[in-house]
Design a protein around this ligand. Structure first.
Ligand code: EJD
Length: 402
């Protein structure tokens, strides 16, 4: 028994980064929620919160639950970070605020809206292609094909080497977990991937008028130099691809396994955006991340000491029956707003409008053309310490009669 932990907190031996947990996280999520508002995970010597109320509260109290010590398991005050820290993600105010204002200015509602037409052209072509095929892998040929084209196009990244984007994201999101086999496997031989990403963050490699070039243009208004602008471009390339790929893949999985829900979207494609929101709640692409306590803090009678890592289970909060009615029911008509799949508070996903635009456009295009989606084989999970998504999803689609 540690002398500094005076309160009686529930203790769990669960390993949220084990294959067993990641394969089927929902039973252990319930176990963690039911164990209490805050739980000690003895395997890692950390704390966990899995209920909506506490996850939401922690996300909205960045003075107590800071990000600058890293939002993964590693404590940046004690361990060397996996890469130079992100100015956005792994920062606290006031430093975070400048970086955030820069990127918010670039991803303005007007700028995001301006991307719709190009996205629609690409979505239309992609939907025609998969409808012609009839049977296809909804991960490789659909969920991955779309963001890995339209997103780097929007940022202004050259065509050559784009296959590095997925590999990089997979590694970054694994690096928020422990240095387990899943992480090591994804980081193996990735020096060239990291070099390519670093190159693509430089102004000279970014197309004029793209979001990447816009970052360089906005940066000086917030006292940020070119090195900082490069790091902000890195943020886009880190957080903007794998997350949306998994979100779209999870969407097709949800629709294939809930045909009545797809029928509702097909009947009214203007529901695509709301349906995607329910996907993010129900199969959250970003399952977890950490904060670090800046002071001793009491959570419902349990005192967490200063400097402790706290694992926030976004995906468990999104299915907490204390907050949601029938949380385990996938229902595109429910009001899914209030989920924490995009986070909450000052660090809430800055690209969420771009993510929703991609989903709205692609799912909307599919809904107009396809009346039924069915599984055509066993879906295969893609193991990642932070992300939930699929490696493959064989489906068959049935076009609506014209
Ligand atoms: C992230 C959990 C970055 C960066 C920003 C956000 C994420 C990852 C990387 C999205 C984490 O600034 O590099 S959900």
């Amino acid at each position: 028994m540690s002398a500094t932990i005076t309160s009686d907190a529930p203790v769990s031996r669960l390993d949220p980064f084990s294959e067993r947990f990641l394969n089927d996280p929902y039973p252990p999520h319930r176990e963690l929620r039911d164990a209490g508002p805050v739980v000690r995970l003895e395997r890692y010597g950390i704390w966990a919160m899995a209920r909506h109320e506490q996850v939401h509260a922690a996300l909205n109290d960045p003075e107590t639950f800071r990000s600058a010590a890293g939002v993964g398991l590693a404590d940046f005050t004690k361990e060397k970070p996996f890469r130079p820290p992100s100015l956005l993600l792994e920062a606290d105010p006031p430093e975070h605020s400048r970086a955030r204002r820069t990127i918010t200015g670039v991803l303005s509602p007007k700028r995001v809206r301006s991307l719709r037409e190009a996205f629609e052209r690409e979505a239309h072509a992609l939907v025609e292609r998969v409808v012609d095929q009839g049977r296809f892998d909804a991960v490789d040929e659909f969920a991955e094909a779309f963001p890995t084209k339209v997103f780097p196009d929007a940022v202004g990244v050259p065509d050559k080497g784009r296959e590095n984007l997925m590999a990089y994201g997979n590694m970054v999101f694994n690096a928020f977990g422990p240095q387990n086999e899943i992480f090591r496997e994804s980081a193996k031989g990735q020096d060239e991937v990291r070099e390519w990403i670093a190159e693509m963050c430089l102004r000279e490699n970014l197309r004029d008028g793209g979001l990447g070039a816009d970052i360089y243009e906005h940066a000086p208004r917030h006292e940020m130099g070119p090195d900082e602008a490069a790091l902000l471009v890195r943020s886009l390339l880190s957080a903007g691809v794998d997350t949306t790929v998994h979100g779209l893949g999870n969407a097709i999985y949800c629709f294939a396994t809930h045909p009545d829900q797809w029928a509702a979207v097909h009947a009214d494609p203007s529901r695509a955006r709301a349906a995607f929101e329910e996907v993010v709640r129900f199969e959250s692409p970003v399952q977890t991340f950490f904060r670090t306590t800046t002071r001793a803090v009491e959570v419902e009678g349990v005192t967490l000491p200063e400097g402790e890592k706290v694992l926030l289970f976004l995906a468990a909060a999104n299915r907490d029956p204390r907050h949601w009615e029938e949380p385990d029911r996938f229902d595109v008509e429910r009001r899914a707003s209030g989920h924490v799949g995009f986070g909450s508070g000052i660090h809430a996903c800055v690209g969420q409008m771009l993510a929703r635009l991609e989903a709205d456009v692609l799912i909307g295009a599919l809904a107009r053309r396809v009346e039924a989606i069915e599984l055509d084989g066993e879906p295969e999970l893609k193991l990642n310490n932070t992300l939930r998504g699929l490696a493959s999803l064989p489906v068959r689609v049935h076009p609506a009669s014209a």
